[in-house]
Design a protein around this ligand. Structure first.
Ligand SMILES: Cc1cc2nc3c(=O)[nH]c(=O)nc-3n(C[C@H](O)[C@H](O)[C@H](O)COP(=O)(O)OP(=O)(O)OC[C@H]3O[C@@H](n4cnc5c(N)ncnc54)[C@H](O)[C@@H]3O)c2cc1C
Length: 557
């Protein structure tokens, strides 16, 4: 079996250039763009849909930061490390929690408006795994929409940031020394930049978000197809922790045939007092964990799955009736509307919920300043694996990660002072300088269903081997005919990510964080390591183990 090593043969279409290319317009990409601009560099911000599309605008709960008088970065650090199941990089977490409060203040200075209490201070709530009230929210449960609105407005007002929408980035371009010099991309007009072209810059920042669309049921939007992780693999960069996929415990259950993005019922609803019950009305989280319904996500997702097995039901129930109409209307207007749209009134009814894919803790491996293992290529936000999440992300730490590490990437660029070069076409080639190979989109639905069943919340060696065999057969038998479309390129990325995820999940013979192996139900000390994968020129994977404190590129002393 070998994976596709390039999406396109090298092309000589149009080119655009800038000091820095940022790919993606979620919290990570927009923050990076604004901070890079503040240092006087020009930015080309490319995004495959419209500028406000991505997971960011769907975020409900909020942003975690030690802003309260009774809280401290040290306590936020403790909660994050506990959720991470022994696999966080403590240095990275320390950066996240200590630089987090300032990053949130900067977001406010850029125009984001958070909910406040009667004294005018930011209202802070609690979510699973947090021992303090430290989640800042906006519009009740519309935090992501407000973050996206404020950042898009700030970026759009800056003439030094050129935004190109409907531009699907395909592969990395490198020079003969292996240094990133730009990307190939496919733009859907209008104007002179239509079709395939190249964007050139000495710095390329991947901020392409997660890979929820690898699974059939996910809270992620349709753009979350793992493009950044697949691009990085094809370019030869290291990716890590892909087996640690967070399944959100309370995703509204819409029936066994529901596919694609599913409506989320934020953890903050449990933070305000809602509880999980089974069909008989029993509160099954009591006795499962000292924090009961507010235990870390993996604990709650597993408890729900176990209860579903015992009772034979397809879902559990979330009881938020005790919150009262006023709380639902003012604190959770988005979730209330989403429930009512589906004929459920949470003021008087129980909400059917079941776990679904939600967040990718792993991704493109970076150092503490967002540098990948390829010079000139950076990664930030959900696409990155900076080490802050370990085996399981603590709730509301991901918007914060995009803010904090976007700032650090800009500082690293300022420090490194990369120079713009004139690069001849002959001195530039795509990731593998080879003909492209693409997998047709017709496989996507079957792949997603397989991933739900074989590599979802509960996994075993047997199920993972089945998934791997199926993927390898698809890859061996693919012969793409005609011109690829966006969906085919995306499907190629989806299957690439799925293949590495399955490999990691199969290798990791233990249960830790969000990785649950039926045949290895306990955490093993020998597995307190991270799995790091690279792909060679022939599309063959190589996976090695690294200590959680390992940082790529750092010379150990
Ligand atoms: C329903 C939901 C609720 C959530 N709630 C919270 C919460 O309360 N708190 C919290 O901290 N986190 C939450 N999260 C997680 C959080 O929203 C994401 O982790 C975070 O927004 C990711 O930001 P990002 O900038 O990395 O990626 P995204 O916001 O996903 O943006 C990715 C961008 O990359 C673009 N892109 C992708 N591939 C390509 C390509 N090939 N070429 C060009 N452009 C590309 C996309 O179009 C998009 O613009 C939630 C997620 C979801 C889905």
């Amino acid at each position: 079996m070998s994976l596709p090593v390039a999406l396109l043969a090298p092309s000589s279409g149009w080119t655009i250039s800038a000091d820095v290319i940022v790919i993606g317009s979620g919290v990570a990409g927009l923050t990076t763009a604004l901070r890079v601009r503040a240092q006087g560099r020009s930015v080309l911000l490319v995004t495959k849909a419209t500028v406000d599309e991505g997971s960011t605008r769907w975020a409900q709960g909020g942003i975690a930061a030690a802003l309260a008088d009774d809280d401290s970065p040290e306590e936020h650090l403790r909660d994050t490390l506990e959720a991470g199941g022994g696999l966080c990089n403590e240095e990275a977490v320390r950066i996240l929690v200590t630089e987090g409060p300032d990053a949130v203040r900067e977001l406010i200075a850029w125009g984001a408006r958070f909910d406040t209490d009667p004294t005018g201070s930011i209202s802070l709530t609690r979510e699973g795994g947090h021992h303090r009230n430290r989640i800042a929210h906006a519009g009740g449960d519309a935090t992501g929409a407000e973050v996206s609105r404020a950042l898009v407005a700030a970026v759009s007002a800056d003439p030094g940031i050129e935004i190109v929408e409907n531009a699907l980035v395909l592969d990395l371009l490198k020079d003969h020394g292996g240094v990133a010099v730009g990307v190939t991309l496919h733009v859907i007009g209008p104007g002179r930049r239509d079709g395939v072209g190249a964007a050139l810059a000495p710095v390329v920042v991947l901020a392409t978000g997660g890979f929820g669309q690898v699974f059939g049921q996910t809270t992620n939007p349709y753009v979350s197809t793992g493009d950044g992780v697949a691009l990085a693999l094809r370019a030869g960069a290291a990716v890590a922790d892909l087996e640690f996929v967070q399944f959100h415990p309370t995703v509204m259950w819409l029936g066994p045939l529901a596919q694609g993005q599913q409506p989320l019922v934020s953890e903050a609803v449990r933070g305000e007092g809602a509880v999980l019950v089974d069909d008989a009305g029993e509160r099954f989280m009591l006795g499962e964990h000292p924090m009961a319904d507010l235990a870390p996500r993996d604990v709650v997702a597993k408890a729900i799955r176990r209860r579903m097995r015992v009772t034979g039901d397809a879902h559990m129930w979330l009881d938020g009736r005790q919150l009262g109409a006023d709380m639902w209307v003012h604190r959770f207007p988005t979730i209330l509307a989403s429930c009512r749209l589906r004929g459920i009134d949470p003021v008087t009814d129980l909400i059917p919920v079941a776990p679904a894919q939600h967040y990718a803790s792993g991704g493109v491996m970076t150092d503490l300043d967002g540098r990948s293992t390829i010079p000139g290529l950076y990664a930030c936000g959900e696409v990155a694996c900076s080490g802050v999440h370990g085996a399981n992300r603590l709730a509301s730490n991901s918007l914060l990660e995009g803010l904090v590490f976007g700032r650090r990437i800009a500082d690293a660029i300022e420090n490194d002072q990369p120079e713009r070069r004139v690069i001849a076409q002959s001195d530039m080639h795509d990731a593998r300088n080879t003909s492209g190979s693409v997998v047709a989109n017709t496989i996507r639905r079957s792949l997603q269903q397989r991933m739900d069943i074989d590599a979802g919340v509960l996994r075993s060696a047997e199920s993972l081997v089945e998934a791997r065999t199926w993927i390898d057969e698809v890859l061996s038998n693919q012969e793409f005919r005609g011109s690829p479309r966006t969906e085919d390129w995306e499907a190629t990325n989806v299957i690439t990510v799925a293949r590495v995820l399955v490999e990691h999940a199969w290798l990791r013979e233990e249960t830790r964080g969000s990785h649950w192996r039926e045949d290895h139900p306990d955490a093993e000390e020998s597995w307190r390591v991270r799995l790091v994968t690279t792909m060679d020129h022939n599309g063959v994977l190589r996976t090695e183990r690294q200590a959680p404190e390992w940082i790529p590129g750092r010379v150990s002393t």
